[in-house]
Design a protein around this ligand. Structure first.
Ligand SMILES: Nc1ncnc2c1ncn2[C@@H]1O[C@H](COP(=O)(O)OP(=O)(O)O)[C@@H](O)[C@H]1O
Ligand SMILES: [Mg+2]
Length: 267
């Protein structure tokens, strides 16, 4: 049986025993669009805490605001109101330059459609965030890190392949390696199995499971029931709000440490 989350973020409730600060804290986040003069309340007052080492699946009917929320967490979009703190940084109030830097170093984002650079081989796709972030690694160190990441996702023999020479599942593995390049505190994924066949989707879920066991904190939006079952905590959304938040399985013992542990494969 599932148990209720002990860290349900019911407004301002302080835990009896101090716990590590959450990697992610969203408080009363709202996002409204105006379409044809009419307001569309895509996210209407979401509060959510995610601690290091958690694996959270966000589920709910199409149009309930899952992607809007994830884009806010990833600083792809800004909330109309409310606050979002990730790894101690206020995401909601960043200017564009800060948001760009944060997206490169603070989080890894995985999309349903992979979004690899079509002209670059897999290895260079994985290296790109390290170059763009001006990460203080030498070229030799970057290449070593790329190899390690490709090995981690089982693609060490595919580094020279361009995206069109890879299957959908392989492209998504490259995208995950790329997302981990700068050792983000948080991995965000929007329907990462949405374009994959069932068997490849199952392999992808196994990779997420391994990442989480190795310490990566994950928030994944999904329609995939198998993915939701594999996650440790399931947050249900409806009409722009969280209506249920359930811990399915406790975190594995090795995780739950500092954000700097959340690098997946060691760097
Ligand atoms: N850029 C936008 N402009 C106007 N409305 C939007 C925009 N993005 C999303 N919406 C609306 O916000 C709601 C939530 O959308 P979304 O977050 O994509 O839902 P989900 O990912 O759960 O399917 C929907 O009603 C959608 O039509
Ligand atoms: Mg969506």
């Amino acid at each position: 049986m599932s148990v209720r989350s002990s860290h349900d973020s019911v407004a301002g409730q302080a835990p009896a025993i101090p716990v590590a600060a959450p990697v992610l804290r969203a408080q009363d986040v709202r996002r409204e669009y105006t379409v044809g003069g009419e307001p569309v309340r895509a996210v209407r007052g979401v509060s959510l805490d995610v601690r290091a080492g958690e694996w959270v699946a966000i589920v709910g009917p199409s149009g309930c605001g899952k992607s809007t929320l994830l884009n806010l967490l990833g600083a792809i979009d800004r909330p109309t109101s409310g606050s979002i703190t990730i790894a101690g940084r206020d995401v909601a109030r960043m200017d564009d330059a800060e948001a760009t830097r944060y997206r490169l170093t603070g989080i890894g984002f995985v999309f349903q459609r992979f979004y690899l650079m079509p002209t670059l081989p897999a290895a260079e796709n994985v290296e790109l965030p390290m170059v763009e972030a001006k990460h203080p690694r030498t070229r030799v160190e970057r290449v070593a890190r790329v190899l390690e990441l490709l090995r981690y996702v089982g693609l060490e023999a595919r580094g020279d392949h361009r995206p069109f020479q890879l299957s959908g599942g392989e492209q998504q593995r490259v995208a995950i390696a790329r997302a981990l390049a700068n050792e983000p505190a948080l991995l965000l994924a929007d329907e990462p199995t949405g374009e994959l066949d069932a068997r490849t989707g199952t392999e992808m879920i196994a990779l997420f499971d391994r990442l989480n066991r190795d310490g990566t904190t994950i928030v994944v939006v999904t329609h995939d029931e198998e993915m939701a079952r594999a996650a440790r905590r399931v947050v249900h959304m409806r009409d722009g709000a969280i209506v249920d938040d359930v811990v399915v399985r406790p975190m594995t013992g090795a995780t739950g440490g500092a954000a700097s542990d959340a690098s997946g494969p060691a760097s």
